[in-house]
Write a protein that binds this ligand. Structure first.
Ligand code: NA7
Length: 557
């Protein structure tokens, strides 16, 4: 990989002289960062840079978060690499050489490892360490307000602020299917893939789930295994990734205009620089619409759902795009019955759209079969395989591509206790309430990166992460300058934000589907649209207004 030769050790020592670092062990730190994925890595860099003492804890054995755990065949980002990368340091974005239009998981992992090395971040990250609990401690005469944080090695740590960078797709959903533990073969979850290579040669493999992970891994597993049985509960829309190697000249051109590209991206609804081909899919002729869809299908990947500005907001407009993809599926899949089963009946983009390489043609292979479990769910797992409608599908391995307890899962997996011992789980019984997706009332000095109510998964997440961390860092600097002890979201403001987000979600077709956006994939999870649907620019404007108005909606003391 070209990217491997680009480290600049000189930059490390230069930065290190200016760092605050984590200070002596056991000391009251300024900040504890939970997680070292894209969010945690940048948070550590940023807080240290501002002179705060900071320590990060990471459950994995290295940096990367989602990109550390997801190592399944075909795992790749569906946002183009030139956008899905940090912009906080121009030298970094100039020196890194992306090799493909859409970076593979190994390349993204190399990138984030490079960032950790380049800025000497590892010395303040404790790996293989999971935060299990955190409790808010009120200020006393002797100590300021702070959090005590417990890690799974039994250690207690203290910091004035806690920043949860624990990830939005980091808590795997392993369905509780009867007999799961009796299976005689090997089971895998796409989100917890082994580090060593998995060889499916000569094996009969079951893949459960046809979301993004299933759609990415099925073609590669099918190319290797003796037979693949795909267990599909709901078909999904997939548009071609049109991945290709990045030409060095093309990359140089991007680098020469990076400032401009990043500025344009920030104005984009999804923090990407794509402009719709038109305001409404209904305002152009059928032929013009078809031409646009054909062009965007051929080259735009995920941005296809933004080909017209109203596709995610107007059911009739959406139907034109949904029908276009449905026709494509019928053309790509030879067997009519299989094509029918693969064709979604809900609006495109309502569940998260997928981006694929060879997904639909994979069903034309002789060694792939589709098992429809939409009406007859899996009855159970037995030692030989998976039983549906009384029939056992004998397999040697099962791949669970069954997704995540998204957005709130990692936060609720920790025993977080705010003022008066209130637990986050109690507070969020009816669903999360988070002001701007950043902070929740009753939990002073605790911030979330990409929390519920932030644009998070609906935008380019790296740009979102940088915006969030910058906002939090500015806030901490503001408090330091004024000698303030605590910051807490006001209850009425977080309620108003939740109401606003519900209203925006109702205007979008996205609120209409049972999806992980609404928690519907996890039995018993309260409903409500989790990410902020109003777009990146509106969100940023709101965050900036809050600051301009003296942190309106927050109580500072
Ligand atoms: P997703 O998108 O949540 O997909 C999970 C898939 O697993 C989906 O097809 C589910 O069907 C299926 N599923 C979940 N539970 C079951 C059970 N119990 N039985 C059968 N099928 C089940 O997760 P991914 O990992 O693919 O993608 C997550 C995100 O990562 C993705 O959107 C990108 O942002 C990156 P369902 O649709 O619920 O009927």
């Amino acid at each position: 990989m070209r990217a491997a030769d680009t480290r600049i050790p000189a930059a490390v020592s230069k930065l290190a002289e200016r760092d605050a670092g984590s200070g002596p062990p056991g000391a009251l730190l300024d900040v504890i960062v939970v997680g070292a994925g894209f969010a945690g890595v940048y948070a550590l860099y940023k807080f240290r840079r501002l002179g705060f003492s900071v320590q990060a804890f990471e459950a994995g054995g290295d940096v990367g978060g989602t990109w550390y755990w997801n190592r399944y065949p075909g795992c790749r980002c569906d946002i183009e690499s030139i956008y899905y990368s940090y912009q906080f340091d121009d030298d970094l974005q100039q020196e890194w050489e992306w090799t493909e239009r859409y970076a593979s998981q190994p390349e993204i992992l190399s990138y984030i490892r490079h960032v950790a090395d380049r800025f000497d971040l590892r010395r303040d990250i404790q790996f293989n360490t999971r935060v299990t609990a955190a409790t808010f401690q009120e200020a006393t005469d002797k100590t300021p307000s702070h959090w005590t944080v417990i890690t799974n090695d039994g250690q207690t740590h203290k910091a004035r602020f806690c920043v949860m960078a624990s990830g939005v797709l980091s808590t795997p959903n392993l369905p509780d299917i009867p007999g799961r533990d009796t299976f005689a073969g090997t089971t895998y979850h796409t989100g917890q893939w082994p580090h060593e290579e998995v060889d499916f040669t000569d094996l009969k493999v079951a893949v459960i789930g046809t979301g993004s992970s299933g759609i990415q891994c099925i073609p590669l597993i099918a190319a290797q295994a003796r037979h693949v049985s795909v267990f599909q509960r709901t078909p999904n829309y997939a548009v071609p990734a049109s991945n290709r190697p990045l030409d060095p000249d093309e990359l140089d051109d991007v680098k020469s205009r990076y400032g401009e590209i990043r500025a344009a991206s920030k104005k984009g609804f999804t923090a990407l620089p794509f402009k719709p081909a038109g305001r409404s899919a209904l305002a152009v002729s059928e032929q013009q619409r078809e031409d646009v869809y054909e062009r965007w299908w051929g080259d735009h990947g995920l941005a296809f759902q933004g080909a017209f500005a109203d596709l995610l907001f107007d059911a009739q407009a959406n139907r034109t795009a949904s029908d276009f993809v449905r026709r494509k599926i019928r053309k790509l899949v030879d067997d009519e019955k299989v094509a029918e089963l693969l064709t979604p009946d809900f609006p495109l983009g309502c569940k998260r759209m997928c981006v694929d390489t060879d997904y639909y043609p994979t069903y034309n292979r002789g060694n792939v079969s589709l098992v429809d479990i939409s009406r007859d769910p899996i009855d159970g797992i037995v030692p030989e395989g998976i039983r549906v409608g009384g029939r056992v599908h004998a397999v040697d391995a099962i791949v669970f591509a069954t997704g995540y307890d998204a957005i709130t899962g990692a936060l609720l997996a920790m025993d977080l206790r705010g003022r008066n011992g209130l637990t986050l789980r109690e507070k969020w019984t009816d669903g999360p309430r988070v002001y701007l997706g950043l902070a929740t009332h009753g939990f002073p000095n605790l911030f979330m990166v990409n929390g519920p109510g932030s644009p998070s998964v609906l935008i380019n997440m790296v740009t979102g992460v940088e915006q969030h961390v910058d906002w939090i860092a500015d806030c901490l600097a503001h408090m330091r300058e004024r000698g303030l002890d605590a910051i807490e979201a006001e209850a009425q403001d977080e309620d108003a934000w939740a109401v606003h987000n519900d209203e925006v979600a109702q205007r979008s077709i996205r609120g209409d589907c049972a999806s992980w956006y609404t928690g519907a994939n996890i039995p018993g999870k309260p409903g409500g649209f989790l990410p902020y649907v109003g777009g990146f620019p509106a969100y940023v404007e709101r965050c900036e207004q809050v600051v301009e108005n003296g942190y309106a909606g927050f109580a500072l003391s």
